[in-house]
Design a binder for this molecule. Structure first.
Ligand code: HEM
Length: 478
């Protein structure tokens, strides 16, 4: 039995494979519109079922999660991330999640607020530097690539917040090496025929290995710096790195993490912490530029809150409008636009048999735009995330952070960082995309604007009563 035998769907094959590779979100949307809640097809020897109903997504990620594991795709990502939280399974995953999760609870995340403001001020300070000195120097004065700049923000925040490490001069190398490594992994994920194994010294494999070596060297430096500073014994105002080192040292009663796992977790958490958040922020500012009435509301809320100087975590909680903008942005442009699982046992969904080995796809991009769930799904309307309205969303209809036991570990961190960044940057700057049209998608593992997002940046002229200053401790230098 093939998984797709009784499920409506297209013939599949090379053309569909290419279309998924080159134009994933549009292709999945078209499959949904043509075939409905459940679509079956094969690409090569792989049987795939696309699930377009929240109830079915719930089944795979939560209700019958024990029957579904990470997909063969996740296994391919292991050549980059090894046995980190995103890719590991079974006991290895359980142990790591139990170790790391306590450092992502609300009380820990709240402590990141001053640090995030510092990073935002540092990065945005460069935007207004004179031509030849700042981020806009290579193009024209005051034109920045917002996507790159958001990656700088989120990468720096992740490194400082989780590992008390300053990536400063390594940010570009880190981002570029991740870019190369990611592209390589994605190519292998989408390959329609077998590529030479990664141990073969093909030019592509050699490029990949070079990128991984550079990433490893940076992780090594983070570890060395901390170890030479005496590590960090458990319990002493510890950051995540301190806890990981403690777990790897054996002081915790037999090493809980191997040296290799330590590297894998550090890389996984930095990656998890920056690429997704940077994409969401970039799309948020694109949407705000198209919706001045929403931008005005964000500012009306943010201006008085920032007028008093630096804000604390309680003030961030009051930035409701910015948080709704962030959530609505992730509805329309979910950074992780498709999630995959593999059936490890025979199952049944919607009256259709699912054979062990079938690859299950669930696309937040498709679910977040379902007409039978969302009113005017293509309209940007942050108010739908007001608490009164959100209670009527069916479960698993909104899953930017995944769901079930493998849901995103960094959800609270991402929400706080995204909310604060939107409010602070909208309060401080006018950001106007050079091209107002919706950017094309670069939909690899995450959903980025193809070719970045060039934006004209100008320090905001605030008149009458809009609040005088940037936060006192986080003063942008322009
Ligand atoms: C807007 C920002 C973010 C989005 C949209 C996002 C999205 C997701 C999604 C969809 C998953 C589930 C993947 C799956 O089920 O296969 C996930 C898992 C994960 N995320 Fe995030 N994420 C974000 C930010 C973060 C941050 C800030 C961190 C940490 C610093 C993080 C760390 C992780 C980790 C470690 C996992 C794996 C969890 C596990 O399997 O136990 N993420 N994320």
């Amino acid at each position: 039995m093939t998984a797709s035998s009784s499920i409506p769907g297209p013939k599949g094959g090379l053309k569909l494979g290419l279309s998924l590779r080159d134009n994933g979100p549009a292709t999945l949307t078209e499959l949904y519109e043509t075939y409905g809640d459940m679509v079956g097809f094969s690409i090569g020897r792989r049987h795939i079922v696309l699930l377009n109903k929240p109830e079915y997504a719930y089944h795979v990620f939560a209700g019958a999660a024990q029957k579904y594991g990470k997909s063969s795709g996740a296994k391919k990502v292991k050549s980059l991330l090894g046995e980190g939280l995103l890719t590991s399974e079974g006991e290895v995953w359980k142990k790591s999640r139990a170790l790391i999760q306590p450092l992502f609870v609300n009380s820990e995340i709240r402590r990141q607020v001053p640090l995030i403001q510092d990073v935002l001020a540092e990065v945005s300070g460069r935007w207004c530097a004179a031509p030849g000195e700042g981020a806009g120097a290579s193009a024209q004065a005051n034109v920045i690539d917002l996507h790159k700049e958001m990656m700088r923000v989120t990468l720096t925040v992740a490194a400082r917040a989780l590992f008390s490490a300053d990536l400063d001069e390594h940010v570009d190398v880190f981002r570029d090496s991740f870019g190369v490594a990611f592209e390589h992994v994605v190519k292998r994920l989408h390959a329609l025929f077998d590529l030479p194994p990664e141990i073969f010294p093909t030019p592509a494999n050699l490029k990949f290995r070079r990128a991984v070596r550079q990433l490893d060297a940076i992780v090594e430096r983070i570890l060395e710096n901390r170890r030479s500073a005496g590590g960090c014994p458990a319990g002493e105002g510890n950051d995540l790195l301190g806890s990981l080192l403690h777990a790897a040292s054996g002081d915790a009663g037999g090493a809980l993490l191997s040296e290799k796992q330590l590297r894998d977790e550090i890389l996984t958490l930095i990656l998890g912490g920056y690429d997704t958040s940077a994409n969401a922020l970039t799309w948020a500012f694109y949407l705000l530029s198209q919706h001045p009435e929403v931008l005005a509301k964000v500012r009306a809320e943010a201006d008085p809150i920032f007028a008093g100087g630096a804000v604390d975590a309680d003030a961030v909680k009051r930035l409701e409008c910015s948080q709704m903008v962030f959530e609505e942005t992730m509805r329309l442009y979910p950074p992780v636009w498709v999630l995959a699982r593999q059936a490890n046992a025979d199952d049944e969904i919607g009256g259709h048999p699912i054979a062990a080995g079938t690859m299950m796809l669930v696309s937040p991009f498709v679910l977040h735009r379902l007409r039978n769930i969302w009113n005017d799904p293509l309209v940007f309307r942050p108010e739908r995330f007001r608490s009164e309205e959100r209670v009527i969303q069916p479960r698993f209809s909104y899953i930017p952070f995944g769901g079930g036991q493998r849901h995103c570990l960094g959800r609270l961190m991402a929400l706080q960082e995204g909310t604060l960044a939107i409010a602070y940057l909208a309060h401080t700057f006018d950001l106007e995309p050079v091209d107002p049209r919706e950017p094309a998608f670069n939909a690899s593992i995450t959903l980025a604007p193809r070719g970045g997002m060039p934006v004209r940046v100008k320090r905001r002229e605030r008149g009458r009563g809009a609040g005088p200053t940037l936060p006192a401790r986080a003063m942008a230098s322009c």
